[in-house]
Each structure stands twice: as structure tokens, then as C-alpha cells.
Design a binder for this molecule. Structure first.
Ligand code: NAI
Ligand code: XMP
Ligand code: K
Length: 497
């Protein structure tokens, strides 16, 4: 007979934290948000850690090269998605590893004969405020000039005027030479009073762009996620189908950590992949597994050698797995059980296997709740999809600026590339939609982390470890929320900055 668990399945929104004593140690500057990413002996430090406990979802609509770089700068890490041909995924990983801090890729280009209207569309679509003009409109073309959002507007200029008429030409601009250091590039930027310095190769191609604002950002984010050679760290998703080819290609491309990407990790398929990695690479290659929602699933993957375990089935914002397959569990309940198992496992074996809570973060406060429940770090899709750095189009919908966001189980993701897995999409498990555009990753992560620190201060915890150990959560009634929100009508006027 099927078993029915006594406990009700609960989500983050059903809990609040109680304050603990806040003492002199509890200041924003003292709060340590660093977290282990991979398994390690209890009492030792994990070989890979993050200063910011946020990772971006293994999704085509989320983890681009640009987002991976921005998130590593902000102290987290991205997982490049695996729902694409192996060579393309490996290429994205290699691009992140090649990127030198401060030197941005030249990926937004236009021909001089294009119209200002086309340039305007490109600005809006990419969120970039500078376009490199090349003879053929490709990054590999000959550098002719730059056009920025400052160079025209449609009060003064006609939409059908050509880019050539408004761009600043290569001859007018100060440029850097390939191989120069970032310090040299930044000095040149100041001397030239330009906002952007194109770095040009001997054969006249733009190999990188150095932005003035990145220097300030670099000073703001001192906790970048970098490897021993100071290159940004990046993760990559893998699957249980083509791992014999995909994993070696990703390792070769320089991926710092891999993660099995599946709705259901409690399978011999994942056990086989983990065995393959250990046999082939020992501990030199790190790989997380999942997703699971209970203690059994966790122990199975921990025993199979997973470096971290990802928790969450059906809780994502684009998820319809619960409707389609009737499988899943409220994220809070899932975490509570898996955290208990992680701690029991550490006690028994001396091995700490970190937990990643994946999906279902709707408000920033849910991050604090998930961490209080005992998650080591959080994987987010919708949160990052809203930012400039995510790879999807920015569009206007009913007067609101939004960005596209779709699930990996949606027909859109699968149609893009199920690349010869030979399976027809029998049913969809994800939504294809939009999320409100929210600006830059840096600005948003800064605010999110400030809130998280503030919560931890109220709870008297200066590290995540301490937060796990001392947080006190209460379950709240529906009435608690109704009570707060109904009495005052929201002032919808824009707030004064
Ligand atoms: N976290 C969540 O709740 C959900 C996530 N997703 C996302 O959608 C994408 C697809 O997920 P899934 O459909 O779970 O993909 P999957 O590839 O893990 O599983 C698809 C099917 O293939 C089977 N399978 C896997 N490896 C096999 C092997 N080696 N031999 C034979 N059969 C094998 C599985 O049992 C399953 O029936 C992922 O990106 C995932 O993250 C989708 C639904 C829910
Ligand atoms: O049911 C699903 N159908 C899908 O198509 C799908 N795509 C991604 N995911 C999972 O959702 C997580 C991101 O969730 P959030 O947007 O809530 O952060 C991701 O990290 C995944 O675990 C999916 N789940
Ligand atoms: K299973």
C-alpha cells in the first residue's frame, strides 16, 4: 500500500524568522555570507567556496557568458546550461575563463550603413549602451568606430540616417593595444576622458572593451569568485545522456564545477555519471547532483559521490511539473528534511555535502528563509533572468518593460536543441513567459545582500553557519499576511530617489 506522509508540504512564504539577540559583533561589515560549494571534511574549508551564496540556474534564458562574469564578480557562480550542443556549451565556458577582469567581450556590433533606427533597436534588445561599428557588422570585422546612446536621439536625428553619420570614428578615438594591462587601460580611459576604450588588435579588430564604470565596480566587489590563476570561476550543467562526451569537453574548456541537471536526481543514471567522474578524474573534477526532495534522495547521491546536492522539484517559477506529473514537494518541507539528513550524514561520515536550494525564491526575504532552513547556497532562475546580463530579449509588454524567461522543460527550450537525444517532446514541463526587467545584476545583488545581512543582524548571526544553527522560524497563518496588506492602499506614485 502506498504510504502517506503525515506532514504537510510547505513553501518559504509560510514562515517568518524570530529575532535573536543582536550584539556588538552584528554589523553589516562583519557579516560573512561565504559558503562551501563542494564536499569537504567536517572542520576543514571546502576547496571551492563562494563569497555570495547565490548561483544562477542551469537555464538557457539565464546563464549567459555575460551573466556568468557579472555573477562571479559579485561573488557567486553561474552554471552554463546543457540544453545545447556540447561544442557551444564548452565554448561559453571557455569564454568565461578567457575573460580577463575589466576586459569585456566585443559582442554588440553594427555596420556603418545601418540606420540609427536599427542601432536604437540593438541598444534596446541588448541593454548595451555602446555598439562597435565594423565594416561587416560582425565582431571579427575591421574596426571603424563606436556609436553610443549619447550620440543621437530622435528629436534631433532622423531614424533613417545612417550610423556612419553619427558614430565617432576609429581615428577620433583613443584605443588600447592588445596585451595591455588593465591598469594601463584604465589610465588611458582617464586621460582620454572616454567612457569606453576599445582594445584593437594589430589587424584592426576590436578584441575587448574596457568600460570606465567597471573600475568602480571592481572596487565595490572585492569578493570575486576566482580560481588560483585569478580567472573567474564558472560551472556547467551536464545530463545523464551524453556525459561520456560532454564532461571531458567541459573539463577541457576549464569548467570549475559541474552539476547534473534533472528534475529528478534519485536515479541510477545519476549514480552512473558520478561513478564515471570519480573513476576518470578522482577528486579533480567536482560535480553536484539532483534534484531531490527528501532524505533518501540525498543519501543516495551523497553515497554515490556527489559534491553537492540540489534540492527542489516543482517549486520553480516556471515549473508545471507538479501539474503535469504530480511529483514534487513544497520547498521549505523538502529543505527541512534534506538538511537534517545532510547533518546526520556529516556526523556519521565526517563528510559535509553542501545543499543547494533550487527554485521558488519569489521575494528576497525567501532567500533568508531558505538559508535559515539550512541551505548552503541558492540557485535562482527568475531572479537573474530579470537583469541586463541575462541573455534574453528585453521587450515592452502592455507598457511594462519585461525580459523573456522560459523553463528548460518548455517546448521553446527543447525545440532550441534537444540535439539528437531523439526524443519527441511528449508533454511540456515548463512555462515560456516574461519577467519584469529589473536593471543591472550588480545593483540588484547589492540590495539583496544588504537585506540578507540586515535579517542576519536581527537574528544575531554573523556567518551562515551560525545562522543555520541559531535561526528560529515560525509558521504563519494565512491571516497574518491578509492583516498586513489590506488596510492601506498602495501609493503608486514614483518615489523620489
Ligand atoms: N527542478 C524541477 O522541478 C524541474 C526541472 N526541470 C528542468 O528541465 C530539464 C529536463 O529535466 P528532466 O526532464 O528531468 O530531464 P532528464 O534528462 O533528467 O530526464 C528525462 C527522462 O529521461 C530518463 N533518463 C535520464 N537518463 C537516462 C539514461 N541514461 N537512460 C535512460 N533513461 C534516462 C529519465 O528517467 C526521465 O524519464 C532540466 O533542465 C531540468 O532542470 C524540469 C522539470 C522540473
Ligand atoms: O518544472 C520545471 N519546468 C521547467 O521547464 C524548468 N526549467 C527549470 N526549472 C527549475 O526551476 C529552477 C528555477 O526556478 P526559479 O525561476 O523559481 O528561480 C531551475 O533551477 C530548475 O530547477 C524548471 N522546472
Ligand atoms: K526517481
Amino acid at each position: 500500500m502506498a504510504r502517506i506522509l503525515a506532514e504537510i508540504s510547505r513553501t518559504f512564504g509560510e514562515y517568518l524568522l524570530l529575532p535573536n539577540l543582536t550584539d556588538e559583533r552584528c554589523t553589516p561589515g562583519n557579516i560573512d555570507l561565504s559558503a562551501p560549494l563542494v564536499r569537504h571534511r567536517v572542520g576543514e574549508l571546502a576547496p571551492i567556496r563562494v563569497a555570495t551564496p547565490l548561483v544562477s540556474a542551469i537555464m538557457g534564458a539565464v546563464s549567459s557568458v555575460e551573466l556568468a562574469i557579472a555573477l562571479a564578480q559579485a561573488g557567486g557562480i553561474s552554471f552554463i546550461h546543457q540544453n545545447q550542443p556540447i561544442s557551444e556549451q564548452a565554448g561559453m565556458v571557455a569564454a568565461v575563463k578567457r575573460h580577463k577582469a575589466g576586459f569585456r567581450h566585443n559582442d554588440v556590433n553594427i555596420k556603418p550603413s545601418a540606420t540609427l533606427d536599427e542601432a536604437d533597436t540593438l541598444f534596446k534588445r541588448t541593454g548595451s549602451d555602446v555598439i562597435v561599428v565594423t565594416d561587416d557588422g560582425n565582431p571579427s570585422g575591421t574596426f571603424l568606430g563606436l556609436i553610443t546612446t549619447q550620440d543621437f536621439n530622435f528629436i534631433r536625428h532622423r531614424r533613417d540616417e545612417v550610423v556612419d553619420s553619427r558614430m565617432r570614428t576609429a581615428r577620433e578615438l583613443v584605443t588600447g593595444a592588445e596585451g595591455m594591462s588593465l591598469a594601463e587601460a584604465n589610465s588611458l580611459l582617464w586621460d582620454s576622458r572616454q567612457d569606453v576604450l576599445p582594445v584593437v588588435s594589430a589587424d584592426g579588430r576590436v578584441t575587448a572593451l574596457v568600460h570606465r564604470r567597471d573600475e568602480a565596480l571592481h572596487h565595490k566587489f572585492s569578493n570575486e569568485t576566482v580560481d588560483a590563476a585569478k580567472r573567474f570561476r564558472v560551472g556547467a550543467g551536464v545530463n545523464t545522456h551524453d556525459y561520456l562526451e560532454r564532461i571531458p569537453a567541459l573539463v577541457e574548456a576549464g569548467a570549475d564545477v559541474l552539476c547534473l541537471d534533472s528534475s529528478d536526481g534519485y536515479s541510477v543514471w545519476q549514480q552512473n555519471v558520478l561513478a564515471f567522474v570519480r573513476k576518470e578524474y578522482g577528486d579533480a573534477v567536482r560535480i553536484g547532483a539532483g534534484n531531490v526532495v527528501d532524505g533518501r534522495g540525498f543519501r543516495f547521491l551523497a553515497d554515490a559521490g556527489a559534491d553537492f546536492v540540489k534540492v527542489g522539484i516543482g517549486g520553480g517559477s516556471i515549473c508545471i511539473t507538479r501539474d503535469q506529473k504530480g511529483i514534487g514537494r513544497g520547498q521549505a518541507s523538502a529543505l527541512a528534511e534534506v538538511v537534517a539528513e545532510r547533518d546526520a550524514y556529516a556526523e556519521e561520515t565526517g563528510m559535509y555535502v553542501p545543499l543547494c536550494s533550487d527554485g521558488g525564491i519569489i521575494h528576497d526575504s525567501h532567500m533568508a528563509i531558505a538559508l535559515a532552513f539550512g541551505a548552503d547556497f541558492l540557485m535562482l532562475g527568475r531572479y537573474f533572468a530579470r537583469f541586463d546580463e541575462s541573455p534574453t530579449n528585453k521587450v515592452k509588454l502592455a507598457g511594462q518593460v519585461v525580459k523573456e524567461y522560459w523553463g528548460e522543460g518548455s517546448s521553446r527550450a527543447r525545440n532550441v536543441a534537444r540535439y539528437g537525444q531523439g526524443k519527441d517532446l511528449a508533454f511540456e514541463e515548463g512555462v515560456d513567459g516574461y519577467v519584469p526587467y529589473a536593471g543591472s545584476l550588480y545593483d540588484n545583488v547589492t540590495v539583496t545582500l544588504a537585506k540578507l545581512r540586515s535579517t542576519m543582524i536581527s537574528c544575531g548571526a554573523i556567518s551562515l553557519r551560525q545562522f543555520h544553527d541559531t535561526a528560529r522560524l515560525v509558521q504563519v497563518s494565512q491571516q497574518t499576511f491578509v492583516q498586513n496588506s489590506e488596510e492601506v492602499q498602495r501609493n503608486e506614485r514614483p518615489t523620489v530617489a
